[in-house]
Design a protein around this ligand. Structure first.
Ligand SMILES: C[S@@+](CC[C@H](N)C(=O)[O-])C[C@H]1O[C@@H](n2cnc3c(N)ncnc32)[C@H](O)[C@@H]1O
Length: 249
């Protein structure tokens, strides 16, 4: 299927989610009528810590909680790829403090609007949201970032190696990426646009995912967490797993 058609569908899906304020896809609780906060705690967020971020940044579109694994320090420069309404940007901003900075990147205009409003309405001066397609080029200088985080986004891209190469480019030497993402037990047999936008059909087989990181230049990748997604039920004929992966430049 044409990459442009997939991307257009992804932008439309997340544009609608941004306007509605909650997701009906990448998180199981939302599918069964739960709230975005319930969906977030189900994938690993700490309910108490979630009270510290703008509530409109929690849209139930996450598949893990990468900030909890990123060991962010005061003063660090952090980039969140596919930042959505900003949940992980704000959690990170609270951790790096005013001497640090967090940049959220997203391809969808409506998401950027929602995230910027969340920042403005809640007085976050150490965050910024930039428009970009992470596989075409992350709008951030090379060798400038201490930590890259991302939550349920790489699976939506059509060229994972290109996205990982961009992450590698912007990280400082010794910088880390900590990413939550979905993988599958095997390659997808066919592509369905709806399922791709729901984070499923673009999910690589786990071995291919880890190989893509290596191909992009990362030397040591480790899986920090692995959970069954949607109680392990088959989706599109595949078993889907949510991972938290860490790799260092
Ligand atoms: C499943 S949502 C996750 C949002 C957020 N990370 C969270 O956990 O709430 C995926 C987000 O990635 C964005 N996105 C998808 N493909 C992208 C790309 N190629 N470059 C940048 N952002 C992208 C979408 O617009 C959407 O906001």
């Amino acid at each position: 299927m044409e990459k442009d058609i997939i991307k257009k569908n992804v932008r439309e899906r997340y544009g609608s989610i941004a306007l509605a304020g909650s997701s009906d896809c990448c998180s199981p609780e939302c599918c069964s009528g739960g709230t975005p906060v319930q969906a977030a705690t189900l994938v690993g967020y700490d309910a108490k810590e979630l009270e510290s971020v703008p509530q409109a940044s929690i849209i139930g579109a996450s598949c893990g909680a990468p900030v909890g694994f990123a060991n962010l320090q005061k003063g660090e420069m952090v980039v969140d790829l596919g930042s959505g309404a900003g949940i992980d940007v704000f959690l990170s901003a609270n951790r790096v403090g005013m001497s640090g900075r967090v940049i959220g990147i997203d391809i969808t205009e409506e998401m950027l609007d929602r995230a910027r409003k969340n920042a403005g309405n809640n007085g976050y001066a150490n965050v910024e949201f930039r428009k970009g397609d992470i596989e075409a080029g992350i709008p951030v200088d090379g060798n400038s970032v201490d930590a890259v985080i991302s939550n349920c986004v790489i699976n939506l891209t059509t060229d994972k190696v290109a996205a990982f190469r961009e992450i590698h480019r912007i990280l400082k030497s010794g910088g880390r990426m900590v990413i939550s993402d979905l993988v599958a037990d095997r390659k997808a047999d066919s592509i369905n646009l709806e399922r791709w936008s729901s984070c499923i059909d673009g999910a690589l087989a786990k071995d291919d995912y880890l190989a893509s990181l290596k191909e992009a230049g990362f030397k040591d990748a480790s899986v920090l967490e692995e959970r069954q997604f949607m109680s392990g039920e088959l989706i599109g004929g595949r078993k889907i797993t949510s991972l938290v992966v860490r790799a260092v430049k």
